[in-house]
Design a protein around this ligand. Structure first.
Ligand SMILES: [Mg+2]
Length: 179
C-alpha cells in the first residue's frame, strides 16, 4: 500500500502560523466549522494574505511547527506501507523550498520520499491512499483514479466533528475500513 501524506493541516500547523503572521490568534473554537478559506475567516483579500506570508521567505515554511500527533501518525502509517509526503506549493518559490527544507531538517539531507505538486489527484491509483485536510483534494483524488482519500479531521473541513477525539486513531480506523 502507498500512503500519501499531506503536510499543511495534517502534519504541520500552517493555519496557526498564517494567523500569527497576520497578527491574529488561531482559535479553534471560534473558527467557523467547515470553513476552509482562511482569507474569509481573517476578512482579508487573497493577495494581501499571501503577500504577508511570502514576505517571511523560506523560513515561514521551514519553521512550521509539527502538530503533537505528527510523529505517531507518521510511525503508524509506515507500518502499513510506503509513506510519501505530498504537498502543494503556493505561487512563491519560497514555499516549495521551505517545505523541502522542513522535510530534510527532520529526515536528513538525502530524504526523497516527497512530491511537491498542486495536482495530487494525478497520483490516484489502486492501493493508494491520500490523507489530506482538504475536502476538495480528497474529492478530486477519488474522482480521477482508483485511489481512496481520507479527510484528516480539522475544524476547517467537513470532518470537524471528529477533532475532539484521537485524530491518529480515527485515521487508522478509516484505513482499516478501506481494506
Ligand atoms: Mg493540507
Amino acid at each position: 500500500m502507498i500512503l500519501y501524506l499531506d503536510l499543511d493541516g495534517v502534519c504541520v500547523g500552517f493555519v496557526e502560523a498564517a494567523c500569527r503572521v497576520h497578527g491574529r490568534d488561531f482559535d479553534e473554537g471560534s473558527w467557523p466549522a467547515g470553513e476552509y478559506d482562511i482569507t474569509k475567516v481573517l476578512g482579508i483579500g487573497d493577495e494581501e494574505f499571501w503577500e504577508v506570508i511570502h514576505r517571511q521567505g523560506v523560513e515561514f515554511w521551514r519553521g512550521l511547527e509539527a502538530y503533537p500527533w505528527f510523529e505517531r501518525l507518521y510511525t503508524e502509517l509506515q507500518r502499513l506501507g510506503r509513506v510519501y509526503f505530498v504537498t502543494s506549493p503556493t505561487d512563491s518559490s519560497h514555499s516549495a523550498a521551505g517545505k523541502m527544507l522542513w522535510l530534510k531538517d527532520r529526515f536528513g539531507k538525502g530524504f526523497r520520499d516527497f512530491t511537491i505538486t498542486r495536482c495530487k489527484y494525478l497520483m490516484s491509483a489502486s492501493r493508494c491512499i491520500l490523507i489530506d485536510d482538504s475536502d476538495h483534494n480528497i474529492e478530486a483524488f477519488e474522482r480521477h483514479g482508483q485511489g481512496k482519500g481520507i479527510l484528516f479531521p480539522q475544524r476547517w473541513n467537513s470532518a470537524y466533528e471528529h477533532i475532539n477525539g484521537d485524530r491518529v486513531d480515527w485515521v487508522m480506523d478509516r484505513i482499516q475500513r478501506l481494506k
